[in-house]
Design a protein around this ligand. Structure first.
Ligand SMILES: [Zn+2]
Length: 475
């Protein structure tokens, strides 16, 4: 398949499967109002385009790797892989980026890879990561790209629980639930419209600059599975983990963690619940399966010590993230000064988390303290150069300072992290204009109009183009 079809397609915007984007920061400075927009027309066009593409190239039957039965599918394995590879980095950005701890990432990836090797599709290129979100969630993208949030992982106590949730997600991949759900949702076409309404209602954090690219990625992390698919994934998860000698009680413990989080902090578990229905029946079903086929004997393991060692960092940073979550809530309530106090408390406790500095920089930017904004965004970029939000903020701060060359560099890097965001392209145009490179400015504004024909950026780009033409004519 031609990856370019998806890559170069204007994307859409979104939130994540349980991502902590539900904590909304209302961020509407003058600059940010420019960014705030979505483009439903393009979204719909994308879906139709995408569906046509799928129908044209992929319609057919494939053998389900789990059941061994032939099954109608619209997405071939190479397509699954291509979609996953392209969208996973974006889904990661929308979920707070990767938690910056090599030992933790290596530990989780190792557990995941071992499980994947025992699965029905051992040859896929699996990837397992911890994303830096306080939400309690895990998700799988087509082709075997799987993430678990800091919020969920930090509630776990042993490796069997982790193996349970990763095994379950692998089950969705191996039984091709992910592709089936994707096919179903994309062909339904209504999905995106519904999803846009969901976004409107949720006031998604940072949605202003994920307005385009994030939607497809988040759509993928929010794929809804049926109850039957959930039980099948439970069964597969239990099977994979028991093959490795884990005590399958860990699986039920994991469901218990989700259940208790759902009753105590429902907003944090929303993403998981919407994509993976968690019912009493399901927990009972898992119990029955474990009683029949599970592994709970003395020769099985919870690997508690390995887990504690591998996830040490999470205990260390947890108190700081409580302040950070508090700060985010305050930002949502537009209490910027108090939020700054909380961000600072978070930094006092743990001084190496890029997200703290990045969001603190934005808070300073909002109250027009550009000096503090710059100091903090530089620190954020130093700690995590590949986080889209920091690059974007840095560009905005430079634009306001003004330091147009710096802004141009930042927006250029942001564009590499999540390509084709009208907001990013528009600001590149503004930088070129300020640097009196009219040709490039025109090019960028035209690019915005190619990506989106309506909305604030299209309007702004059109205005700038008209102004530049008028200036040309006057010369
Ligand atoms: Zn599930």
């Amino acid at each position: 398949m031609t990856r370019t079809i998806i890559i170069s397609s204007p994307q859409t915007r979104s939130i994540g499967c349980g991502l902590d984007l539900a904590i909304q920061a209302e961020r509407k400075s003058r600059l940010f109002r420019w960014i705030c927009q979505s483009n439903e027309t393009i979204c719909r066009a994308l879906v139709i385009y995408f569906c046509m593409f799928i129908f044209l190239f992929a319609t057919g039957c494939a053998v389900n790797p789990v059941t061994g039965k032939k099954q109608f599918t619209l997405i071939s394995e190479p397509q699954e892989i291509a979609i996953g590879e392209e969208q996973y980095p974006i889904a990661t950005q929308v979920s707070g980026g990767l938690l910056q701890d090599k030992a933790l990432q290596a530990y989780v990836n190792n557990v995941g890879q071992k499980l994947a090797k025992t699965s029905h599709r051992p040859d896929l290129k699996y990837e397992f990561n911890v994303v830096n979100s306080s939400a309690v969630n895990a998700y799988a993208l087509p082709g075997g790209k799987i993430s678990i949030t800091r919020g969920l992982l930090s509630r776990m106590e042993n490796e069997a629980q982790l193996a349970g949730v990763l095994g379950h997600e692998i089950g969705h991949v191996t039984a091709r639930h992910v592709s089936n759900a994707l096919t179903r949702q994309l062909t339904a076409q209504l999905a995106l419209a519904t999803f846009s309404a969901y976004l409107e209602a949720k006031e998604i954090k940072h949605r202003e600059y994920y307005s385009f690219a994030g939607l497809m990625a988040t759509q993928l992390t929010l794929l809804k599975f049926s109850r039957d698919q959930e039980s099948q994934s439970d069964e597969l998860g239990i099977e994979y983990m028991s093959k490795l000698g884990y005590n399958t009680e860990g699986f039920v413990q994991m469901l218990g963690i989700l259940q208790s989080a759902a009753s105590r902090e429902p907003s944090k578990v929303e993403g998981w619940l919407s994509s993976h229905p968690l019912t009493k029946n399901r927990i009972n079903g898992a119990r029955t399966r474990i009683a029949q086929r599970g592994a709970t004997g003395s020769n099985t393991t919870f690997n508690m010590e390995e887990f504690q060692r591998g996830t040490q960092i999470l205990q260390k940073i947890a108190p700081a993230y409580q302040h950070y979550d508090q700060a985010e809530k305050l930002m949502a309530k537009k209490n910027t000064q108090q939020a700054i106090v909380e961000y600072r408390k978070a930094i006092d406790l743990t001084s190496d988390q890029a997200l703290f500095y990045s969001d603190l920089a934005f808070a300073y930017f909002k109250i027009n303290n550009l000096r503090e904004a710059r100091v903090n965004i530089d620190r954020a970029l130093q700690l995590y150069p590949g986080l889209f939000q920091s690059r974007f903020y840095s560009g905005l701060i430079a634009l306001q300072t003004p330091d147009y060359s710096r802004a141009l560099t930042d927006f250029g890097r942001a564009d590499k992290l999540i390509p084709n965001q009208p907001s990013v392209i528009f600001y590149q145009g503004m930088c070129y204009e300020k640097l009196t490179n009219k040709d490039m400015a025109v090019k960028k504004y035209q690019q915005v109009l190619k990506l989106t024909s309506e909305g604030e950026y299209a309007q702004k780009a059109q205005e700038r183009l008209t102004a530049l033409e008028a200036a040309n004519a006057a010369q």
